[in-house]
Design a protein around this ligand. Structure first.
Ligand SMILES: Cc1cc2nc3c(=O)[nH]c(=O)nc-3n(C[C@H](O)[C@H](O)[C@H](O)COP(=O)(O)O)c2cc1C
Length: 149
């Protein structure tokens, strides 16, 4: 059972790259961590805390690699009993109303499952930063005490 399970939604690899940088940081601090790119409910329930790093595609849509997993979470409702979670959403504000739609959807689902947010949704705008890991890694570092408590 990993201390932190990182659930990645990515189309072109940006979110995946960020997740791997976060994984290195967490592992470097001596915690067990696992990255899931094709996650199952079992991966979710067996992680002591969950971190989602997801881009948005289409028009506010979830990346295909986690679309069915998130649908499964909504259908099966594996309650989290205040398990800590955090969500980093990668998006692009030039998409207007659908900006970071996937991150927002995921955050809502985890609240419905009665997880405990370690922080508000982190929104990373591709219009403002070319290196999303520069925002996400230090952010997770500040949350780590809550995620591995
Ligand atoms: C076809 C396409 C559709 C996109 N749709 C949205 C969107 O609706 N909302 C948003 O915030 N970003 C949108 N984006 C921007 C991506 O989320 C952003 O570029 C992200 O960094 C991609 O990360 P990834 O490589 O992990 O998929 C879209 C990008 C593409 C190429």
């Amino acid at each position: 059972m990993a201390d932190v399970g990182i659930f990645v939604g990515s189309v072109y690899g940006n979110a995946q790259h960020v997740a791997e940088q976060v994984e290195d940081m967490i592992a470097g601090k001596g915690h067990s961590v696992e990255v899931f790119t094709d996650p199952t409910i079992e991966d979710f329930t067996s992680s002591k805390s969950v971190l989602f790093v997801s881009s948005t595609t289409g028009q506010g849509d979830l990346p295909q690699n986690i679309e069915f997993f998130v649908m499964d979470l909504r259908d099966k409702m594996p309650l989290m009993a205040q398990k800590p979670f955090a969500v980093a959403g990668l998006g692009d504000s030039s998409y207007g109303d659908t900006f970071c739609g996937a991150g927002k959807q995921i955050f809502e689902v985890l609240l419905e499952l009665q997880g405990k947010p370690a922080a508000d949704l982190l929104i990373v705008d591709a219009m403002e930063t070319l290196e999303p890991e520069g925002d996400v890694v230090p952010w997770v570092e500040t949350l780590l005490p809550q995620l591995v408590a």
